[in-house]
Ligand binder design. Structure first.
Ligand code: XBP
Ligand code: MG
Length: 262
């Protein structure tokens, strides 16, 4: 099977968005709503077990039975609070607060040059993806991705495989012709659940999670002069992960000279 497409998670994979992006925006929304909630770095790390912002708020409410008893905490209340959070997050991105992780810009450019198709499969809200791509990769970069599967496009969020299955269906490709890029256990459970071989670049929130079945687990995709440290699985040929490595890891036959005519 030939590698045809790369499918990227967003949060934690394209950029380290959680601690200084989403978490800060949640807290700003809580303050604006007059709530005395504050998700510190450790609390947020624990809450990240629940994928999806609305789902995370609902989970937090369930942990606080006194609050959960209030009729104001219905779906519409959570949705409005989450919309405010999205506004704060997009504003922060417009201010240029969150850079792409090492190697992301380089590998995307290389993949486009090599004719690989690109897609996104994420739990986060679609506006957040657009804002992050525009800020980190340039105004037109949303068009690089043939499919942007985001947020509530599927009812069951990661670790369910649904968002990846949706992306595969929209690409019109089998899982065996794709590679996924993830940073978390919830993420790889989703991508592997959809049958897609997965490269993991972990971060401080996901270090120590279970990445069994990953093709390679790395500190980052790396750059020339900023080596991609490998923690498990396959290693890149050079200091950094390149398209040739992805093809090799995927099991593509090396592109050799054309066979001689007889
Ligand atoms: C990311 C998430 C997201 C963000 C918040 O998971 O769980 O919910 O934390 O985004 P993954 P929203 O990287 O596995 O897709 O508030 O827009 O849901
Ligand atoms: Mg992620």
């Amino acid at each position: 099977m030939t590698l045809r497409a790369l499918i990227f998670d967003v949060d934690g994979t394209l950029a380290d968005t959680e601690r200084d992006g989403h978490r800060v925006a949640f807290n700003a929304a809580f303050r604006a709503a007059g709530l005395d909630w504050e998700w510190d770095v450790a609390t947020y790390g624990r809450l990240l077990e629940v994928a999806g912002g609305k789902e995370r708020i609902r989970h937090y409410l369930r942990e606080r039975p006194a609050d959960a008893a209030s009729p104001s905490h219905a779906d519409a209340w959570i949705a409005a609070l989450h919309e405010a959070k999205t506004r704060f997050y997009v504003e922060a991105l417009a201010a240029g607060a969150l850079p792409m992780r090492p190697g992301v810009v380089r590998l995307l450019a290389e993949a486009r040059d090599a004719g690989l198709r690109l897609a996104i499969a994420t739990t986060t809200t679609a506006e957040n993806v657009t804002a992050l791509l525009r800020q980190g990769l340039g105004e037109t970069s949303t068009s690089w991705f043939e499919v942007i599967a985001a947020g509530d496009v599927v009812p069951r969020k990661k670790p369910a495989p649904d968002v990846y299955l949706h992306a595969l269906e929209r690409l019109g490709l089998p899982a065996s012709e794709c590679l996924a890029f993830e940073d978390s256990e919830n993420g790889i459970r989703a991508s592997r659940g959809a049958g897609i071989a997965t490269v993991v670049t972990l971060n401080d929130y996901t270090r120590g999670q279970d990445f069994a079945g990953a093709v390679s687990v790395l500190e980052s995709l790396g750059e020339p002069g900023l080596p991609a440290r490998v923690l498990a699985g396959e290693s890149p040929r050079l200091d950094y992960v390149a398209v040739d490595d992805l093809r090799r890891w995927h099991g593509d036959a090396p592109a050799g000279p054309a066979p001689a005519r007889v």
